[in-house]
Write a new protein. Structure first.
Length: 589
């Protein structure tokens, strides 16, 4: 995608990558903000809700999120730099305290054409360095004592040149911005009302399915957003590190010194107590996890070696370039004889090899799944759904048995319940004996009661031909009458090989329609339908059914319960009603 040609081409390519990748932060913030606005907009501004009017949403609220993100960025960036400097706990030094370090910083700053930054030291044996500040005028180059003591002048100059490049290129502000943008995502995530991070929210999710769906959607958006933001930060920071390495070589003309310095830093750069967000500013930092911000030392050395060619190996074994008294003291610390000579070899610790994929690197160590759920939350959800299922099974069983409910009923209600049970039980074995067919338990009007009016023949015909309007929650009785007529026509038009199947459908439809009409229209509606079934066409269908049953048609006898209902229908068509309707008739009679 970006062709690289030498150190200059490497710098230009990485600058372009940084600009392109930085848009990843903007997309991540827009994505997570969009999910959080779904529910509020449905209630308060449905004309611009994403799920109803996507284009209207993006024209009105996407710019609002962009402005909000920019405002948060400016506010937090103003506080971020000071907070990071305070967390590192460094001490400013001058030429009297650190003449060697200050001299190298001054010389390289002048060479790079930037104002001479202040110099600071961290009292730790770790080997690391970084630059911080808002701009070049307020910048500070900070090094650890372990780094200053471990490197010779050429190596230390290479590291300082690396940090001054960060100042010159504005990387100190760029990485602060990257951290601030991720902090913005963390802030909006903390305000997310759909995070399942406590027992109360899990209970709501289990009992209220729409909330669970929104929580899953928000968790997925959060995971994608943070992954995108962290990958963007890693790519930006890695690009800036490669740029700073390349510019350091251009300033010092000594790639071998930088390679040697990186090898001495590798595995010894961790500063105890350092804020993980400040780690991104260091010359060596995390290569894996949520705060991953650096390429590996091996990758950086490989790039330097490839770009500088023979210069990377020209020096051979490193010779201490520090002043004589410092070199003698350093060699004495390693138990070597005084005098000039190569520096002692420093075995580098073997760092853990990061995942080859960027997604593996930024998600290393995370215990959240794709929907942002931790193992603890997943266990709570599993337990909640198991308890809910157990509760539903228990409720169904209680409704089936109904002892407590019936004990609270009036004597008349108890008598009707007993009559229903008796008739249902008998109908399952012999509908003719019960004089009814068994159905699911229901009560007239339990899902709304409709008054019966004289059916409109024109509306019945319209429903039968499909010319009537669509259905509604208040379905007219004409629609049921049209369904009855349709089932009769199906039997009449059926060929010989289709006749038995049409008869089965007719009986099932007759059971269903009489049950529905009784449930919604009561005894009056059921009486109307019984009259409708007392027609020459229905009598002909029942006669055909009787002949096929007498002939022992296999398709009619396959279902034992349905076959019993069929025999009852042909023996007593006028009594073919649900057992619940018959129980009510007996009780009222």
């Amino acid at each position: 995608m970006f062709r690289v040609n030498g150190f200059y081409g490497h710098v230009q390519a990485n600058n372009l990558r940084s600009v392109v990748i930085f848009f990843g932060f903007v997309i991540a913030f827009e994505l997570i903000g969009t999910v959080l606005l779904i529910v509020p907009l449905i209630y308060f501004d449905s004309k611009h809700a994403l799920i109803f009017h996507p284009w209207a949403y993006f024209t009105r609220y996407a710019p609002v999120l962009l402005v909000l993100g920019a405002s948060l960025f400016v506010f937090r960036c103003a506080r971020h730099v000071a907070a990071m400097r305070a967390s590192v706990n460094f001490t400013l030094v001058d030429r009297r305290a650190q003449p060697r370090l200050v001299s190298i910083v001054e010389r390289l700053a002048i060479t790079a054409g930037v104002p001479v930054p202040r110099v600071a030291l961290i009292e730790t044996e770790a080997r690391n360095a970084f630059a911080c500040g808002i701009d070049a005028d307020s910048a500070v180059v900070v090094a650890t004592r372990g780094l200053v003591e471990a490197l010779d002048d050429d190596e230390l100059a290479a590291v300082v040149a690396h940090e001054i490049t960060h100042i010159k290129n504005g990387d100190i502000c760029l990485m602060a911005a990257a951290n601030v943008l991720i902090e913005n995502l963390e802030w909006i995530e903390r305000k997310n009302p759909f995070r399942l991070n406590n027992v109360v929210q899990v209970i709501i999710a289990v009992l209220f399915t729409p909330y669970l769906i929104l929580a899953m959607l928000a968790g997925f958006a959060s995971t994608v957003s943070f992954t995108l933001a962290r990958v963007s930060r890693l790519l930006i920071s890695s690009s800036r590190e490669f740029i700073a390495d390349a510019e350091a070589v251009r300033l010092t003309h000594n790639p071998a010194a930088l390679i040697s310095a990186l090898r001495r830093i590798d595995g010894r750069s961790a500063v105890e107590g350092l804020d993980p967000r400040a780690d991104a500013m260091m010359i060596d930092g995390a290569v894996e996890g949520a705060f991953a911000s650096h390429p590996t030392i091996a990758e950086r050395i490989a790039v330097l070696t490839r770009l500088s060619g023979p210069m990377a190996h020209a020096a051979g074994p490193r010779v201490d370039t520090r002043p004589l008294e410092q070199a003698v003291a350093h060699r004495a610390a390693f138990g070597l004889r005084p005098g000039p000579g190569p520096l002692p070899a420093t075995a580098t610790a073997a760092p853990a090899v990061p995942g080859t994929l960027l997604l593996q690197r930024v998600n290393a160590g995370s215990n959240k799944n794709l929907f942002g759920l931790t193992p603890r939350t997943r266990r709570m959800l599993t337990i909640g759904f198991c308890l809910l299922a157990a509760l539903q099974v228990w409720t169904i069983w209680r409704v089936k048995s109904m002892p407590e409910f019936r004990d609270q009923s009036t004597p008349a209600q108890k008598a009707e319940w007993k009559r229903r049970d008796d008739l249902q039980r008998i109908a399952k074995t012999d509908p003719a004996k019960a004089r009814c067919y068994a159905t699911d338990v229901y009560s007239v009007g339990d899902r709304g009661f409709h008054r019966v009016k004289t059916p409109d023949p024109g509306l019945v015909a319209a429903y039968a031909t499909g010319k009537a309007g669509g259905g509604s929650s208040d379905v007219p009785i004409e629609k049921y009458l049209a369904s009855k007529q349709a089932s009769v026509r199906t039997v009449t038009a059926a060929q010989d090989d289709q006749l038995d199947q049409a008869l089965v459908s007719y009986v099932k439809q007759r059971e269903l329609l009489t049950e529905i009409v009784h449930r919604f229209y009561g005894t009056e509606g059921l009486r109307l339908f019984q009259q409708a079934y007392d027609s020459p066409q229905d009598h002909a269908v029942v006669d055909t059914l009787r002949r096929r049953l007498d002939a022992g048609a296999p398709a009619l006898l396959a279902d034992r319960r349905l076959a019993a209902d069929m025999r009852f229908l042909v023996s007593a068509p006028d009594a073919f009603v649900p057992c619940i309707a018959r129980a009510s008739q007996i009780t009222s009679g």
